[in-house]
Design a protein around this ligand. Structure first.
Ligand SMILES: Nc1ncnc2c1ncn2[C@@H]1O[C@H](COP(=O)(O)OP(=O)(O)O)[C@@H](O)[C@H]1O
Ligand SMILES: [Mg+2]
Length: 146
């Protein structure tokens, strides 16, 4: 399993922008890790890399944020923190945001809806706090990142 240690918010942003180029349309990426470990920062970097100029804010309260890419496709940024279980997610309409051929979807707190994400194509990124500005970032089901 590949690990990248990020030393700064700027490095995590740049990593996200690099990862954007590795995500085919239809991809769903699970962003796993504690509060404040950089999931939203990485999502912001991925959005930049996908050509999205709009400010990317945390979807903690809105649950889902939708961004239009210059190519006409979408980036969906989901935060399941306040969604207690899969039934709540389905009632919210989560299906419209997952595994859509014309979208890339990033999911914070994916553990909450693990059953809905269980597909072989799911890509996972795990974050761990090392210290104030360093984060361990590991990748599952990704091609090699150079
Ligand atoms: N290496 C790093 N990568 C990402 N964020 C970092 C890093 N070092 C410090 N930070 C800070 O950690 C916080 C991460 O916040 P955020 O991305 O919203 O977390 P999460 O979405 O995982 O709850 C930000 O305040 C950011 O400035
Ligand atoms: Mg967040």
């Amino acid at each position: 399993m590949q690990e990248i240690v990020s030393d700064s918010e700027a490095m995590t942003l740049a990593l996200g922008a690099r990862l954007a180029g590795m995500l085919p349309s239809g991809s769903v990426v699970a962003l796993v890790g504690d509060l404040g470990c950089g999931k939203t920062v990485l999502a912001r970097g991925i959005a930049r890399g996908l050509g999205i100029a709009e400010a990317v804010t945390s979807p903690t309260f809105t649950v889902a944020q939708e961004y239009r890419r210059p190519n006409g496709e979408y980036l969906y940024h989901l935060d399941m923190y306040r969604i207690t279980d899969e039934n709540a997610a389905l009632a919210f309409g989560i299906d419209e945001f997952l595994f859509q051929p014309n979208a890339i979807t990033l999911v914070e707190w994916p553990e909450q809806i693990a059953g809905l994400l269980a597909r072989p194509s799911l890509r996972t990124i795990r974050f761990r706090h090392l210290d104030e500005n360093r984060r361990s970032i590991t990748f599952e089901n990704w091609p090699a990142i150079d």
